[in-house]
Design a binder for this molecule. Structure first.
Ligand SMILES: Nc1ncnc2c1ncn2[C@@H]1O[C@H](COP(=O)(O)OP(=O)(O)OP(=O)(O)O)[C@@H](O)[C@H]1O
Ligand SMILES: O[C@H]1[C@H](O)[C@@H](O)[C@H](O)[C@@H](O)[C@H]1O
Length: 421
């Protein structure tokens, strides 16, 4: 019987701040919360609610919750790459690259003293909390037979799990939006609940809620459980967006979930589909030369959030999700974006006369429908995607051979992911 992602301490255990071994840069708020104290959010909640109702021009600060991890990529039992992983790493990379200048974000992530990527750009900018347990690690086994865009192209095994993220690890202030992006069950139900209290809008990756794991002794296989049977289910009506891959979608229970929040199902190279109460939309993909599918969904979610920050409707923002999902599969590990490509994307968003700051994130009044500029935005972003592909062809001709699932040896790792020391 696999352990449930929520088999960590429950609400009956007092929330506590994590022990910080070394000052990698613990969140001052987390460190300030006394042990066993229940965080009191009353004042913050009143302010968050006021902003939610008024849609006032409050600061556009986001809160990203989920742990960085080690990804070991294997093919035929052989290690072909080792990279920084964890949805929080991919998400932060996109938010850093493409958010409007006035938007910022804090990251709450946990690693062990064995963490190998502390000096990589994303963890260096957004340092994790250090814990006594080892860094979460996944073995990612690639298979050759990804028969369709929706077939699982790899098998994950969790070989180590770091500590969960407790409610008291979150900063004691309000945020414009929150992203719950756990990979190994580290975002506890009570932590998600506190995020909902602190943030005007929360976006959730289903993988943070429905993963269950065999014990490390049994190999750590990753399974999915039905969302409805988890303690997270009751929180759905207070979540703004829930993102799931096509593989995860059956466990989310689309028809009941879409009545409680907007559900986005990513469909690999086919783009994505949004489902809300009373409507749905397909959003077209962008071209990509796939080398490594890891992090596509994470980068999608961050691209989508970025679109909302720029003031787009959900269906238009999903274009930005697809754009960054395509960018993620074009490189191994956390991608490095070419400055010219990023400049082009920001120019496009500026030119489209989008009103900022975004009323959606500020007022929690989301519009879902595609706007008149949807097709124009897709065409313009397609040009930027071509810039990225030209760059990729020039710098790594080896990627023409296909993706990592058909490569015998990974010749180079992404420049943003130094080898573990
Ligand atoms: N081969 C591809 N070509 C173009 N876009 C892609 C490709 N693969 C993924 N994408 C983009 O990335 C998004 C997310 O991909 P996918 O549905 O594979 O997520 P995922 O399975 O959750 O990924 P991961 O678990 O690796 O983070 C897709 O909706 C699409 O926009
Ligand atoms: O680094 C990856 C990535 O964050 C994926 O989204 C997640 O599915 C994997 O578990 C993780 O190893």
């Amino acid at each position: 019987m696999p352990s449930r992602p929520y088999s960590y301490p429950t609400t009956r255990d007092p929330p506590r701040a994590s022990p910080v071994l070394k000052a990698v840069a613990p969140s001052p708020a987390a460190a300030a919360v006394p042990l066993a104290a229940e965080p009191d959010d009353a004042e913050v909640e009143v302010e968050v609610e006021r902003q939610r109702r008024n849609g006032g021009a409050a600061a556009l600060e986001g809160l990203v919750v989920g742990s960085y991890c080690h990804d070991v990529l294997l093919r035929g039992g052989r290690v072909v790459g080792e990279t920084l992983g964890g949805a929080a790493a991919f998400v932060s990379n996109v938010l850093d690259a493409a958010s409007p200048v006035e938007a910022s974000f804090a990251v709450v992530s946990k690693v062990g003293t064995d963490f190998a990527y502390a000096s990589a750009p994303t963890p260096a900018r957004h340092p994790p909390l250090l814990c006594p347990s080892p860094t979460t690690s996944f073995h990612v086994h690639f298979t050759d037979d990804a028969a369709s865009a929706h077939a699982p192209d790899r098998q994950l095994r969790r070989v180590h799990a770091c500590d969960p993220i407790y409610p008291a690890d979150l900063p004691d202030r309000g945020f414009a939006y929150g992203l719950a992006v756990g990979v190994a069950g580290e975002v506890l139900p009570e932590t998600l609940e506190r995020m909902i209290r602190l943030c005007r809008a929360v976006l959730v990756d289903a993988q943070a809620l429905i993963r269950a794991f065999d014990s490390e002794a049994k190999g750590g296989s990753v399974h999915h459980v039905a969302l409805e049977g988890t303690p997270y289910a009751r929180l759905l009506p207070r979540v703004a967006f829930l993102k799931a891959s096509s593989e995860e979608a059956p466990y989310v229970g689309l028809e009941s979930a879409r009545r409680r929040c907007c559900v986005i199902v990513t469909e690999g190279r086919d783009g994505c589909r949004l489902y809300w109460d009373g409507g749905e939309a397909h959003v077209a993909p962008f071209p990509a030369l796939q080398v490594d599918p890891t992090g596509a969904g994470d980068s999608f979610l961050a691209g989508f959030a970025t679109g909302l920050l720029w003031g787009l409707s959900a269906t238009d923002a999903a274009l930005l999700g697809n754009f960054f999902g395509a960018a993620a599969v074009s490189q191994v590990g956390v991608p490095t974006f070419h400055p010219k490509m990023l400049q082009a994307v920001k120019q496009i968003l500026d030119d489209k006369a989008i009103k900022r700051p975004c009323t959606c994130i500020n007022g929690n009044m989301f519009t879902f429908q595609r706007s008149d500029m949807h097709d124009g935005l897709h065409t313009s972003l397609q040009e930027a995607a071509r810039l990225m592909m030209c760059e990729q062809k020039q710098t790594s001709p080896s990627t023409d051979n296909g993706d990592i699932s058909s490569m015998n040896e990974l010749t180079s790792l992404s420049s943003s992911t130094p080898r573990p020391s």
